[in-house]
Ligand binder design. Structure first.
Ligand code: SAM
Length: 297
């Protein structure tokens, strides 16, 4: 299933969201007039944005095998935003047996090991696991799906799953699996990203595999109630829920826009400086992450 991504569609989409927010009363007449002028100018330059890209679907594990090469060294804004809220929640967990589901390169496994837990990490990407094994010989790692963990019932004190549940179309099987492997009273600490395609539940991540093929990995922005309903159905109570906001402004109004590489699908981060006022208005005050601490009854 291919998706079609055109840089102008993203830019006009941000203008549209900014206009809706002005229409709702967040901005004035001058702001609205500036958006009309900017949209006209963008459309006058439409040819400069190329024909857009048909982006093929890429299996999640293949996308992460490719991303593993740079995952730990990229400037990923989600990490500091997450750590500020998540790490104090981890501080509260009594040391024990912890399962790090979708552990990736072991960013959070390391934090758990530091806090005195015995940690088993599972992930479906061999490339991400290879990095984790090299970085953390004190933990155990194996390939497994988030919804079929190779561990006995009631064998974990806590389960942690960070920045990964968006890859599941339905949260229910994950919460069922977490409830199965946890001991009564165990914590389930979860974080997840919220998509930046305002108004869509879809949140495709465009990635390059290890052979240089570009595709998108599927990702969903689940509504807050979907976590809650799945958790309650499987016997969890809520101990904490935080939604850290996107940094504002998203883009410095004086940042120069980079020329576009029309041979690749558009990188949304390099598009924001093309229309800083609209990008900042469209993204202001929206949660970037959701972070939960659940406890099994
Ligand atoms: C954004 S990374 C997060 C890694 C790590 N938890 C962290 O916070 O840095 C998402 C991870 O989820 C893994 N993943 C995605 N879908 C999965 C699934 N169905 N089963 C197991 N792992 C999965 C990917 O391979 C990737 O390593």
């Amino acid at each position: 299933m291919e998706i079609y991504q055109h840089p102008l569609a993203y830019l006009l989409g941000l203008e549209g969201v900014a206009l809706l927010r002005a229409f709702a009363g967040e901005h004035d007449r001058d702001f609205t007039a500036a958006r009309f002028a900017e949209i006209r100018a963008l459309l006058d330059r439409a040819d400069e944005f190329g024909p857009g890209s048909d982006v093929p679907l890429m299996p999640t594990a293949r996308g992460y095998d490719g991303w593993a090469r740079t995952y730990d060294i990229e400037d990923n804004g989600s990490f500091p935003l997450q750590d500020e809220v998540l790490l104090p929640l981890l501080d509260r967990l009594p040391p024990g047996e912890v399962i790090d589901v979708a552990c990736g390169t072991g960013r959070i496994t390391r934090e758990l090991v530091r806090r005195g837990h015995r940690v088993r990490g599972f992930d479906q990407s061999p490339g991400m696991l290879e990095k984790a094994r090299k970085a953390l010989p004190e933990a155990e790692f194996a390939e497994a799906s988030m919804t079929a963990l190779p561990v006995p019932d009631g064998s974990a004190d806590h389960v942690v799953c960070t920045l990964a549940l968006g890859h599941l179309p339905d949260l229910e099987p994950f919460f069922a699996e977490a409830a199965r492997v946890l001991r009564p009273g165990g914590h389930l600490v979860v974080s997840d990203t919220r998509g930046h395609y305002t108004g869509s539940w879809l949140y495709p991540l465009v990635k390059e595999d290890t052979e240089g093929n570009v595709g998108y990995v599927r990702n969903w922005s689940h509504p807050t109630g979907a976590y809650l309903r799945a958790a309650l159905r499987h016997g969890f109570g809520v101990r904490a829920c935080e939604e850290p906001l996107r940094p504002h402004p998203t883009v410095d109004p004086d940042e120069a826009a980079e020329p576009l590489d029309l041979t690749e699908p558009p990188d949304v981060w390099t598009l924001h400086p093309w229309i800083p006022e609209a990008a900042n208005a469209a993204r202001a005050g929206l949660p970037a992450l959701i972070i939960w601490d659940f406890q099994l009854a």
